[in-house]
Design a protein around this ligand. Structure first.
Ligand SMILES: Cc1cc2nc3c(=O)[nH]c(=O)nc-3n(C[C@H](O)[C@H](O)[C@H](O)COP(=O)(O)O)c2cc1C
Length: 410
């Protein structure tokens, strides 16, 4: 039987309509896997590979996804709830489902970049993390998305870091994300894709062969009248020229490595909701709580950092046991479907963040593609809740899943 998703209390026509809508069409994909397939077809090879990424052997990137497959359900069959509640709050924001947009530097995927992501996530009423390495200024993104968190690495001195955070606050950011899950591990066994320093004639000619093979991507940029800029506007202050990607990266590598004192300092200066991204160990989670954070994301930077770090979902239970009653714990890494969200919540997460899933969506169909991804995930959460006999995302518990022996790592 074809999969169907009831949108109201058991209405047959809704089931039929939803079933029909779920089949992929030219403008609609029914799974994130399909979005990735379309992204691979549409993006120039080096842009696509920069999104797939995964450092060294890609062990963590693979395990982020594979670990979810090891978690299995304990479904119920009767007394299933006719309506399911997906809404929750994360870092003080009311959101329609427990899914956040994880910050990514979305250079060159789509001319609308993070503004498209902002519009799509606002339309789906979920919160968005905006990378400080994003291609669009926080002011433009903040104008399109009220539920915005600004993400920062430790780049520059304290004064500069604070000034950037204040710029984001003025642009409407409601929370700060401090990312510590990047310690500059970067080699890839399959060969890192080349990133041009800027798009000039020389580079345009160099990349021309792979770009002309992707006419849809090229046409989208030509229609928008722009070329990928590869600048990092959110690192610039007071009308400075934005650095290019390599300039920004150089600044970052030349900055002192952040300490727990720095975390506590920035949290205190910011004063509002503050998420520390990248924690995988219970002892680090406790240090983060001591530093006063309001939330933690258990994250491996999508497997883009220290390879052989376990898939993020494996580290979640240990972090929940350590600090789950003191701060909001979310996770990111490998989430590709609503079922993954429900599995993470059954293990104690308040919400999840998604990265590549929405990037594939944007590559496949711009803003609508991002909305498409969020909508697929929403349907998947709803289906999993119904099958588990849960009326709300808040009712999930470890009783709803089976973990194989030795699943968790802490
Ligand atoms: C292309 C790409 C760029 C990223 N850039 C950032 C970034 O600028 N800041 C950040 O905190 N995390 C960044 N991340 C990590 C994501 O926020 C997130 O942790 C990761 O993508 C989650 O894994 P998933 O892609 O499997 O969902 C990036 C990830 C990817 C794939």
């Amino acid at each position: 039987m074809a999969p169907v998703t009831p949108t109201r209390d058991g209405a047959e026509e809704d089931r039929a309509i939803a079933g029909g809508l779920m089949a992929s069409t030219r403008d609609w994909f029914e799974t994130v896997e399909e979005a990735q397939h379309r992204a691979r077809k549409r993006l120039p090879k080096s842009v696509y590979l920069a999104l797939v990424a995964g450092t060294e052997k890609g062990l963590t990137a693979s395990d982020n996804v594979a670990a979810f497959d090891e978690i299995t359900w304990r479904p119920h069959v009767a007394d299933l709830p006719g309506k399911r509640e997906l809404a929750t709050t994360v870092m003080g924001q009311e959101v329609s489902m427990p899914v956040l947009i994880s910050p990514t530097g979305v250079q060159a995927v789509h001319p609308d970049g993070e503004v498209a992501v902002a519009r799509a996530s606002a339309a789906e009423d979920v919160a968005m993390g905006l990378s400080s390495f994003a291609s669009k200024p926080v002011e433009e993104v903040g104008a399109a998305q009220q539920k915005l968190f600004f993400q920062m690495y430790w780049v520059g001195d304290r004064e500069t870091i604070l000034a950037r955070a204040e710029r984001a606050r003025a642009a409407g950011a409601k929370g700060l994300i401090m990312t510590l899950d990047w310690s500059f591990a970067s080699r890839r066994d399959w060969g890192s894709p080349p990133i041009p320093e800027k798009i000039d004639l020389k580079n345009a000619l160099k990349f021309a062969p792979e770009v002309t093979l992707k006419p849809r991507w090229l046409a989208t940029y030509l229609r928008s009248g722009s070329i990928p800029e590869l600048t990092v506007p959110n690192l610039a202050l007071g009308g400075e020229e934005p650095p290019n990607f390599f300039g920004a990266y150089g600044q970052w590598m030349g900055s002192p490595l952040p300490t727990w004192e720095d975390v506590a300092w920035l949290r205190e200066q910011w004063g509002g909701p503050f998420l520390l991204k990248g924690v995988t160990r219970p002892d680090d989670a406790r240090r983060a709580v001591d530093a006063g954070v309001t939330a933690i994301s258990v994250s491996t930077h999508g497997g883009n950092n220290l390879d052989s770090t376990p898939g993020a979902i494996r580290s979640l239970p240990g972090v929940i046991d350590a600090v789950g009653d003191q701060v909001e714990v979310v996770m990111d890494g490998g989430v590709r479907r609503g079922a993954d969200v429900v599995k993470a919540m059954a293990l104690g997460a308040r919400a999840v963040m998604i990265g590549r899933a929405y990037l594939w969506g944007m590559a496949a169909n711009g803003e609508r593609g991002v909305q498409n991804v969020l909508s697929i995930i929403r349907q998947g959460i709803d289906e999993a809740l119904m099958g588990l006999g849960k009326a709300s995302v808040h009712d999930l518990s470890r009783e709803d899943v089976v973990l194989p022996p030795n699943f968790t790592r802490s």
